[in-house]
Each structure stands twice: as C-alpha cells, then as structure tokens.
Design a protein around this ligand. Sequence first.
Ligand SMILES: [Zn+2]
Length: 144
Amino acid sequence: MQTRSGGIRKRNRKGLRGSESGSETKPNYTEGVVLNRPSWYDHTRQEVLDKANPKQVNGETQYQCAKGDKCSKPGGYHPASNMQVDHKTAWQEHIDNKVDDISDKNAVREAYNDPSNLQALCGSCNSKKGNRKGAALAKQFKKK
Ligand SMILES: [Zn+2]
C-alpha cells in the first residue's frame, strides 16, 4: 500500500488518454503527462523581438539578447536570425499556473504565447540556459 500515490497518478494519466475515469486530480502539464506542445501565434515572435530593444546596425535591425551584459556577445545585439523566443518560466509550469482547464486548447495556447512570460534570447544563451538548468538539477541531487 506504500505506492498508493504512484498508482493513482498512473491511473489519472491513463484516464487522460482514454475515457474519463472521474479523476479528482486536475490534469496538468508538469506532472509528466504527455500532451501536445501548443503552437505559437503568428505574431508572437515579432512581438517579443519588438520589445528586445531593436536598433539599426550596419543597415540591419538587430535585437538585444535578454541576458544583456551577461550575453556571450558584448552588448548582446544579434540579427533576428540568431534570436529565439524563450519562456521565462517553463511553459508547462506557466500553463498550469494560468489555465484552470487544460482541455481548453485556446486557453492553453494563449498561456503558451503569454508575452509576460516570454523573452528574446540569442541562440547561444538559450542553449546555455538549458544546460544550466540541467547542471543545477544535478548539483541538487549531489548535495542530497
Ligand atoms: Zn545572448
């Protein structure tokens, strides 16, 4: 009987895919439930870039990486082609915080595209961010 909570979680996961099994726990994105990643709105990327301090450099518009002074490139300015839209809070977590019913696809997509949770990072900083998260997790486990 010690693995009861695990059993419940598994049953909920199955219930999500198949028929409703009257689960009490709200389904969410963060508990490892496999749900589709929402898609971007067409305008989201440009909106995020427009807020990233655009400036003209040698006749081309460049944008500032949200890491600013900590960007691997001094000043943090990059052409649009090197900029990526990043979720400040992991999108799964943000959706869980914002959306009551994750079967509401429009609300889920809106939370995924929520400008307050988005920033522009250069490709280099964005890939480092992922690595750092992993490294921080590994450190936590070492400490314990
Ligand atoms: Zn950067």
